[in-house]
Design a protein around this ligand. Structure first.
Ligand code: NAP
Ligand code: ZN
Ligand code: ZN
Length: 347
């Protein structure tokens, strides 16, 4: 085992604080890399605070990880020492079920292994994430990244990027479609960028009036302040798709009314409490509510390659490790532009 430094929370009410722990020595299929940057996802806050009820303490969050390879096992073929490498939300899966065989590891029928707050395949070793100096991951779950893009802007692609890219590709959102994006945070700003890049007309649906200028700069063609009922009324029946990225409990029915006949509401946000849907809002317009979880390994690589070709990165505010608790407080107030990314050199 080798010792590494990180930041962890020890209970649902604790602040994150320095934490020393051990990682396995890389075996023949593993890649070990020094973490350079790690994005801060709202899922980190949900799990640190046990809002989903499944937290295993101490918890070292972080699943938007980029770094440089320091060791590669003897059977590793795609990475060598000195290469850039990245890891997203998954570090293992069964590789045998029908979903794994299709590259949909996130829906592994035997349970994929999350990058943190999960158990390795041995059923007892807890996984620790990217708020740390180094990580060891099976080569199959390590992604290749371009050296042409700023690394700090690439890190959030590993979760915020793929979580929005995947459903927009699945439902073939593009030219001729009207897409509404609810919530301009980490996921939301990537949904705006991808939606616009795929050719859809994008409308930002936000609770924050001060985000309008940025929303348009990110690629939104229209902006509506969702706290203003008049602005929502004007969008009744307007959208083909809405992607909802909101992290807090909110009224989904208000957005269902904005969908055109046969419209699809894609829910990627995971608030701590269940959603309440009025049935008439669905049947009155033959609407569908859908969900989508991150993305599989092949699609994550496809998204990273697409971003490299099209010069797409996340808009980030780089922070020191010690700023993390303040960053969480700011995210709770929707004060994020549009992803905090930890510079691990400060740990
Ligand atoms: P984030 O950066 O904190 O952004 C969330 C945004 O939602 C805020 O910036 C805000 O945008 C809006 N919002 C916050 N509170 C609100 C409220 N009470 N009412 C209305 N809008 C509100 O969060 P994130 O990292 O993008 O994550 C968003 C959600 O997606 C989280 O629940 C996270 O766990 C989930 N997630 C899911 C997956 C998946 O696989 N499906 C993957 C990653 C994350 P405005 O200021 O524009 O209103
Ligand atoms: Zn995430
Ligand atoms: Zn599987």
């Amino acid at each position: 085992m080798m010792s590494t430094k990180g930041y962890a929370a020890h209970s649902a009410t604790d602040y994150l604080a320095p934490f020393d722990f051990e990682r396995r020595e890389p075996n023949k299929h593993d890649v070990q890399f020094e973490i350079l940057y790690c994005g801060v996802c709202h899922s980190d806050i949900h799990q640190v605070r046990n809002e989903w009820g499944n937290s295993k303490y101490p918890i070292v969050p972080g699943h938007e990880i980029v770094g440089r390879v320091t060791k590669a096992g003897s059977r590793v073929t795609r990475f060598k020492v000195g290469d850039l490498a990245a890891v997203g939300c998954l570090v293992d899966s069964c590789r045998e079920c029908s979903n794994c065989k299709k590259g949909l590891e996130q829906y592994c029928k035997n349970g994929a292994v999350g990058t943190y707050n999960d158990y390795e395949k041995d059923g007892k070793t807890v996984t620790y994430g990217g708020y740390s100096k180094q990580i060891v991951v099976h080569e199959d779950f390590v992604l290749q990244i371009s050296d042409k893009l700023p690394l700090e802007g690439v890190a959030p692609l590993l979760c915020a990027g793929i979580t929005t890219y995947s459903p927009l590709r699945h439902w073939k959102v593009g030219q001729g479609h009207k897409l509404g994006v609810v919530g301009l945070g980490g996921l939301g700003h990537m949904a705006v960028k991808f939606g616009a890049a795929f050719g859809a007309e994008v409308t930002m649906l936000s609770t924050s009036p001060n985000k309008e200028v940025d929303a348009r700069r990110l690629g939104a063609h229209k902006f509506a302040l969702t706290k203003d009922p008049e602005q929502l009324k004007g969008l009744k029946g307007y959208f083909d798709f809405i992607i909802d990225t909101v992290s807090a409990p909110h009224d989904y029915n208000a957005y269902l009314k904005l969908l055109d006949t046969n419209g699809i509401m894609i829910c990627v946000g995971v608030p701590p409490t269940p959603m309440e849907i009025v049935g008439f809002n669905l049947l009155g317009n033959r609407l569908s509510i859908a969900g989508s979880g991150i993305g599989g390994i092949p699609e994550t690589q496809e998204m990273l390659d697409y971003c490299a070709e099209n010069n797409i990165t996340s808009d980030v505010e780089v922070i020191d490790m010690a700023y993390i608790n303040e960053a969480y407080e700011r995210m709770m107030k929707a004060d994020v532009k549009y992803r905090f990314v930890i510079d691990l050199a400060t740990l």
